[in-house]
Design a protein around this ligand. Sequence first.
Ligand code: ADP
Ligand code: GLC
Length: 480
Amino acid sequence: MTLRVLSVASEAFPLVKTGGLADVVGALPDALAPHGVATTTLIPGYPALAPAMKGAKVVHRWPDLMGTPARLLGLRLGAHPLLVLDAPALFARAGGLYGHDDDWRRFAALGLAAADIAAGAAPKLRFDLLHAHDWQAAMAPAYLRFGRPEATVPSVMTVHNIAFQGHFGAEVFAQLGLPAGAYALDGVEYYGGVGFLKGGLEAADAITTVSPTYAAEIREGRFGMGLEGLIENRRGSVHGIVNGIDPAVWNPATDSALATRYTPRALGRRSANRRAIERAFGLETLAGDRGGPIFTVISRLTWQKGMDVLAECLDELVALGGRLALLGSGDAHLEAAFLAAADRHPGRIGVRIGYDEPLSHLLQGGADAILIPSRFEPCGLTQLYGLAYGCVPVVARTGGLADTVIDANEAAIAAGVATGFQHGETGYHTLAHAIRRAIDAYARPELWSAIQRNGMRADFSWAESGRRYADLYKNLTGAA
Ligand code: ADP
Ligand code: GLC
């Protein structure tokens, strides 16, 4: 029997993406299909979707959804069904996906629409389970439990990043249309206001997060960001399931964004991609066969990602013989710090401020190592792409980074299993030490290519994690 799942999120690759959430939501339908799960994805109708929405079939209407008329459109996400919430007053506007004054209303509407559909409001759309991703979708399980108590559809709440919670003022509650009892300790009330993620975590039948280490970390104050008590109380229902990567999008043997494609057996071919990076980032080609490694960063430039610490380490990175090609955007002071480092070190540090999907592929396919010094990292995808592309990850030992990279310590090297470099809690000395270790290893070509090949041969497909989600769904629906 096929299990029908409604997956609700605020982004889905390739249609709308600001980060790893989109990659995961976009990959899940394919990952789940082999396990008897048919996934329908629901996302808001942002302007980027307008061309696809034109002429799409209307499958449901709300005369009044959080104060505005809305329609549900039926489209496709690859080979799978996609539902788009067309509520122009809420979503058809300029600016970013998030950060609008009425975000509470926009994403309450997404949650309410999802709960309605899961509860059977559109007779032709039937679902066995509701799966909500992050705070923007978290009101879906909350509306289902507190607003549609007659519905029996179970729900799963996945935390991709507990730092983003959707925390609003208490005055919002009256407009959510929930029964008064939902403003409670085991409801959506959160530190005297309304917490969207908090409500979703209380209401969902099961909670997942995107790596086993992060699932343990968020039970503690340092990582739980105020929700550690709730996570600890619900620990029996919390599962850490690591993300996979989509081989149709991330495979160096078939990637059309690369100057040259390659396999683990022909790593020498990466040098053409390396040259392309040198040109694109104005890096000098170093004398001799090899020169030092080219490090890359492909990231949001934020405190979470440890980018302030990295900016401080750059003079040392260059002094040790390294170069850096950085692609990212984010906090203005961090963008400025990296641009200043590029000015100080022409030919050694190249910085591209912005978002560029094809360039991110080229960087993975030609740089020698990728730096990810995150203070916390629920899963992280760029280290997985790095592993698949022979771009050796140098990462902080936290969250999913701890779970997916095998540090090249003496034991791991002797056992032939090392895939990258890990450092302790992000700080100047821990990060500088990891950079030094990577540069030293790079000077030993046989060791370096062994580390690259180990990473490329590791299995980061969705096979195992897809099965784990499917097993969880089956347990919750009684289909197991
Ligand atoms: P997060 O979701 O916390 O930002 P992840 O590592 O899970 O971190 O996912 C980040 C995703 O966004 C990856 O697919 C990465 O390649 C992509 N990405 C981040 N910054 C950029 C950028 N400036 N240009 C292109 N892709 C980027
Ligand atoms: C979040 C996390 C990141 C994770 C991604 C996908 O953006 O910050 O670590 O990989 O979600 O789950």
